[in-house]
Ligand binder design. Structure first.
Ligand SMILES: [Zn+2]
Length: 172
């Protein structure tokens, strides 16, 4: 994974996380949600924003501003728990002047767009791509157990065998 853009202050990020965790303890919502920023402090039993919204008959989707409201009006619908526990948290690590852009600097607005794009890309990669990789790895293990090593031999999947490994096979 590429490195994240440098944080404004890694120790501030640590302190913020610790404070959020202390506010809710190590409890979790009945749905399993345990990210401190997604839980409602003081709720008893502890409840996450998504479950609370459902109970109230409200939408569980938020309009997230990837570049921050001050920098660009573009929004993307995001589940409230992810909005609070991931995307907003990522923005807290930006330089404060970039996120707040109180003087409406055009350069800081562009900087915010870059940071917001990268954060959103990382969020989508973790949501949409990473679980796929885990499924492939698990399935490979299961097929190996059932059909043995090189379970793909004499199947349509042979054409997807990585080229460098077939070269290596010929050499050895
Ligand atoms: Zn919940």
């Amino acid at each position: 994974m590429p490195k994240k853009l440098p944080q404004r202050d890694p120790s501030a990020a640590y302190v913020r996380k610790a404070i959020a965790a202390r506010r809710v303890g190590d409890r979790k919502c009945a749905c399993g949600e345990s990210r401190p920023e997604a839980l409602i402090p003081g709720s008893d039993p502890i409840m996450c924003h998504e479950c609370w919204r459902k109970q109230e008959g409200k939408t569980v989707m938020d309009d997230h501003h990837p570049a921050g409201d001050a920098n660009d009006p573009t929004t993307i619908p995001t589940p409230v728990n992810d909005h609070r526990a991931e995307l907003n948290v990522a923005q807290y690590d930006w330089p404060k002047p970039t996120l707040e852009n109180t003087d409406a600097s055009p350069l800081l607005a562009r900087a915010a767009c870059i940071r917001g794009y990268l954060d959103t890309n990382e969020y989508l990669a973790e949501r949409l791509l990473l679980p796929g990789a885990e499924v492939y790895e698990l399935l490979d293990e299961l097929l190996r157990e059932k059909f043995g090593e090189k379970w793909w031999t004499n199947t349509e999947l042979e054409k997807f065998v990585p080229k460098h490994s077939s070269v290596r096979r010929k050499v050895s």
